[in-house]
Write a protein that binds this ligand. Structure first.
Ligand code: ADP
Ligand code: MG
Length: 332
């Protein structure tokens, strides 16, 4: 069982940033309004994600660590299982590749803690926590030195974590995020990214979050996008050509709330700016596509964040026409 878990774990946890993504997504799923992420040594020795979400009751703690146990689908709809893919994989996978502890307090219950190390699940013990959940992953890949060797420098892994957190923060402007580097022992660590919860309507919140994540300059130089085509909604902001970048770092794309990196979408974005930008420049944008889950498969691979649309042509057409229209209107 432990070996099977370790093999499956490699699919979900490639590097510290993928662990951070899974833990932050769990916190978001739990309805967290504030998420505090602490990292030491590029995530190799410590990843700690604390949230103020709904928590896990003591009797549910062991279940959260068992493979394919998820509280998020009831299994009656095969298509739902497919569209949520890889459900109930993250925590068991993390428990197989590192030393994992979960401390949690659900409303009306006492706080409790469970640990798992090398796939061995320990007993549920009483703990102290006022609310929410704290998941701590120590010594990632300690049992698989071969994988540990594939990790990059602490600095590069921290950069990948920061990028992941920024993308998640972009997707959830009403949630507050703090990312701290606690490599140096003692104190609160060094805050490397901070986004306070945004307020107002969705466009206000997005605009505010954009300013935090990409800078005030981007927010001031971007066009509001709001379009719809055959069941696909496109909202967000696209930057004026003058605010393009030399790389794709400022492209934030989301499908049904989840950050994705997808060739089709990136290509559509490039296509939209074709007449406005020289070939070596990359447009900056934060775009959200919403559609019926049946029209898209967001789990082609658990770690790769690719998507597969049932009808890619509609999505491409929507992005290209909405952005071209906005750019042409802006007179640039
Ligand atoms: P999934 O997210 O696909 O359900 P996970 O392995 O990531 O699978 O988590 C297993 C279960 O543990 C979740 O379904 C949820 O019930 C519980 N859980 C995990 N993280 C949290 C959290 N931060 N707050 C509340 N519940 C959580
Ligand atoms: Mg999960």
């Amino acid at each position: 069982e432990a070996a099977i878990n370790r093999i499956a774990a490699g699919e979900v946890v490639e590097r510290p940033a993928s662990a951070v993504k899974e833990l932050v997504e769990n916190a978001l799923d739990a309805g967290a309004r504030r998420i505090d992420i602490a990292i030491a040594d590029g995530g190799k020795t410590l990843i700690r994600v604390a949230d103020d979400g709904c928590g896990i009751t003591p009797d549910q703690l062991p279940l959260a660590l068992s493979r394919h146990a998820t509280s998020k689908i009831d299994g009656s709809d095969l298509l739902d299982i497919h569209s949520f893919g890889f459900r109930g994989e993250a925590l068991p996978s993390l428990g197989a590749v590192g030393r994992l502890s979960i401390t949690s307090r659900a409303g009306g219950h006492d706080a409790a803690q469970i640990t798992v190390s090398g796939g061995q699940i320990g007993p549920v013990k009483p703990a102290a926590l006022t609310r929410g959940t704290v998941v701590e992953l120590r010594d990632l890949f300690y049992a698989t030195p071969a994988r540990l060797k594939f990790l990059r420098t602490d600095r590069a892994e921290m950069q990948a974590i920061t990028d992941t957190v920024k993308r998640l923060a972009m997707a959830e402007p009403f949630v507050g995020f703090i990312l701290r580097d606690v490599t140096e022992k003692g104190g609160e660590g060094r805050v490397t990214f901070r986004a306070d919860p945004e307020t107002g309507d969705l466009f206000d919140a997005l605009h505010g979050r954009l300013a935090t994540v990409l800078g005030a300059e981007f927010a001031e130089n971007s066009l509001k996008i709001n379009a719809e085509r055959e069941g696909f909604m496109l909202t967000g902001y696209a930057a004026l050509p003058t605010y393009s970048r030399g790389s794709a770092v400022a492209q934030f794309l989301f499908v049904n709330g989840r950050p994705v990196r997808d060739k089709l979408l990136i290509g559509a974005l490039k296509g939209a700016y074709f007449d406005f930008l020289s070939r070596d420049r990359h447009p900056a944008a934060a775009l959200f596509i919403e559609c019926d889950p049946h029209l898209v498969d967001v789990n082609v691979h658990p770690a790769k964040s690719e998507v597969r649309f049932r009808d890619p042509g509609i999505v491409r057409g929507l992005i290209v026409s909405a952005l071209r229209h906005a750019l042409a209107e802006s007179g640039h």
